[in-house]
Design a protein around this ligand. Structure first.
Ligand SMILES: O=C(CO)[C@H](O)[C@H](O)COP(=O)(O)O
Ligand SMILES: [Co+2]
Length: 222
């Protein structure tokens, strides 16, 4: 159902935080669709980033929807804070949330879109019972925790499998892919059925952030 929707979501994980508003302006100029915010707590993943305060600041900088990817222990405790900070999408990890159906329903009851992320080692089947309730499924194509890692090729099969289920059952969730996306693989990822393309280092480590984002946007729609 969402087979046609193709959205670019630059991840600010690799942005220059000394100049965040300008960095976001550069991707806005490229008509980026969503800003992806990676929240890491040093426990669920071996890295630490930022919390609701920074998300709230980003929300004041841009009118683009905010996609908050929670790579944290006990995400249920912080969902309200991130929604209050301006999150439009809240994505939790399947591997961390015990009562996934309840968490999804809670996120939606607060007016945000609900996503669930799968680590590279987690099969798509684990979401079978909740797919109909989801707004988005996030396929991690690297092990979460760091930007600039290599895309895990097996992710293409997971995207295609999810796309097949979505078509068969007429479900409405978006398929998001996160990690290792660049101009050499984005077309294949798109053809497999991906809708939301997260890219951090490819965009923000480029000498020309706007041009890098424009190039990716052109390739996903090819
Ligand atoms: O969730 C993430 C890491 O856990 C990031 O969103 C992702 O890795 C983006 O960075 P890059 O495009 O550089 O791979
Ligand atoms: Co992410």
């Amino acid at each position: 159902m969402n087979a046609k929707k193709k959205l670019l979501a630059p991840s600010i994980l690799s942005a220059d935080f000394t100049n965040l508003s300008q960095q976001i302006r550069y991707v806005e100029l490229a008509n980026a669709d969503i800003i992806h915010c990676d929240i890491m707590d040093g426990h669920f993943v071996p890295n630490f980033t930022f919390g609701p305060m920074v998300v709230e600041a980003v929300n004041r900088i841009t009118n683009l929807p905010l996609d908050v990817h929670l790579m944290i222990k006990n995400p249920d405790n912080l969902i309200d804070k991130f929604i209050d900070a301006g999150a439009d999408f809240i994505t939790v990890h399947q591997e961390e949330v015990v009562h996934l159906h309840r968490t999804i329903e809670y996120i939606k009851s607060k007016g945000a879109k609900a996503g669930v992320a799968l680590n590279p080692s987690t099969p798509v089947d684990t979401l079978q019972e909740v797919l109909e309730y989801l707004d988005m499924v996030l396929i991690m194509s690297v092990n979460p925790g760091f930007g600039g890692q290599k895309f895990i090729e097996r992710s293409i099969d997971k995207i295609a499998a999810l796309d097949r289920i979505r078509n068969e059952k007429n479900y409405d969730f978006l398929i998001e892919v996160d990690g290792g996306i660049y101009n050499g693989n984005i077309e294949r990822i798109s053809k497999a059925g991906c809708n939301v393309f997260v890219a951090g280092s490819t965009i923000f480590c480029s000498d020309n952030i706007t041009a890098a984002a424009v190039e990716l946007k052109n390739l996903i729609n090819k």
